[in-house]
Ligand binder design. Structure first.
Ligand code: SF4
Length: 136
């Protein structure tokens, strides 16, 4: 071993540091048969949702499912169709917002162009009286 070798403690020390709590640790569905949450039977889905109602980490669970696009199962009290509908609503709202912003920008550009055109009309041409065409 070289004289200046210092072993890095993280490689050798046991993993005794406390881990930050994960939202899954507080899940109301912990210990419940998972197949209930991934069943296609309406009665199972309803029963799974009944566990989600009072779950203290419901919002974290739903956020996770929406973030990673969980395609199947009940997460955060919503089944896959409800989550898909929610994502569709969010996409529509974002698209509507973008369209409104584009229309606002367009209107502002048009107003600026109109103002430029109006000021150009009112500006007399250099070296020529404003009513030169009338005199000619
Ligand atoms: S919200 Fe439902 S699926 Fe999510 S952790 Fe709670 S009980 Fe489980």
């Amino acid at each position: 071993m070289p004289r200046n070798f210092i072993p890095r403690p993280s490689h050798y020390a046991p993993d005794t540091l406390p881990k930050p709590p994960a939202w899954q640790d507080e899940a109301a569905c912990g210990g419940i048969d998972n197949s209930l949450f991934f069943s296609l039977a309406a009665i199972d889905i309803a029963q799974a949702k009944s566990h989600c109602g009072p779950c203290p980490v419901r919002s974290q669970c739903l956020t996770h499912a929406l973030t990673v696009r969980e395609d199947h199962g009940v997460w955060g009290g919503l089944d896959e169709f409800e989550r898909a509908g929610l994502l569709k609503d969010v996409r529509r709202a974002a698209e509507r917002q973008r369209r409104l912003e584009r229309e606002r920008e367009k209107a502002a550009e048009q107003r600026a162009a109109d103002a430029d055109a109006q000021s150009a009309e009112q500006e007399p041409v250099q070296g020529r009286p404003a009513d030169a065409t009338a005199a000619a």
